[in-house]
Design a protein around this ligand. Sequence first.
Ligand code: UT7
Length: 332
Amino acid sequence: MNNSIIKGIGYHVPSQVVTNDDLSKIMDTSDEWIQTRSGIKERRWVKEDEAASHLAIEASKKAIMMANVSPEDIDLVVVGTISSDYFFPGVSAQLQAELGLDKIAAFDLKAACSGFVYSLSVADQFLKTGMYKTALVVGAEAQTKFINKSTEGRDIAVLFGDGAGAVILEPGDSHSGVLSTHLHCDGKDLKYLWMEGPGSSGACQINIDNIQQNPSHYEPHMNGKKVFQNAVVRFPEVIQEALDANDLSIDDVALVIPHQANLRIIQAVAKRMNVPVDKFYANLQRYGNTTAASIPIALCEAYNEGKISKGDIIILAAFGAGFTWASAAIKW
Ligand code: UT7
């Protein structure tokens, strides 16, 4: 069976740079705390009139241009996002309309920080079966529209940023492209990283009383330590799963592109796998955690910096709310 190949990539981040010092003016935090705990120096925030779809459209245009495909060739759009412009429909519907795509299959996929790898895997399966021929796969987030930008929400607020990344996937051959994907979820710990509302459960339904009585249901909450402890176990597991499925060793891999949540998580994963940390790409210092957008943005920057060459094996690895975790092994 033929693999899907990545024909084009593109990313877009908002122009508004928010440094750690900027944050320390609006909440009780410091550059020292943020850098020591996470490695993050700055992040991008969307402006009031921007949303996830604006970022997704710009990233998609760049991927389409690099792939040299026409919008009418695209027959599948999958968008990983948990911060769509509207509660429904999804960003995918806006992309279809704004990019002038034909009346094609388009849907959003809500797997938080694993959203891009999940979306890539779903698109890959459709291409493998021959149901679709050219897929646009996007990770796009405007998470900072939901965070509590005060001392009360500082544990989350300092970590997250906005952005989008996109790839164009097409059928390729049997020895390059997306070699394998592995997807996982364990919902028993979902409350360690979650946002309750708006939702269909009692106190999260949207009505004036709920919003006034439970405003904190409408912002994300995290048990950082539990997330950290799970992440440093699941990342090595799912990377090893990708290696085993392809009869590879970590030495065969040119670059691992992990979800960009925390430099200390990346360092701990490298240490657990007994691999030099520079085998793991990191750009979270400049963007923070952009949830489903972090891996495609990192993929683009790694490629632009000349860190990925034709024939290289790269592994994408994600972990996030759900908990979900996932990997993709790709021969470039
Ligand atoms: O995509 C997956 C999403 N999330 C993650 O991957 C996050 C994983 N977890 C982490 O990265 C880390 O747990 C954090 C960076 C979130 C926190 O680091 P930590 O070393 O686990 O710190 P902590 O939660 O134990 O907090 C230590 C202290 C607390 O004060 P007390 O109770 O010791 O007095 C917090 O109230 O730091 C305080 N704190 C802050 N101080 C300044 C929490 N947030 C901040 C802040 N600035 N922004």
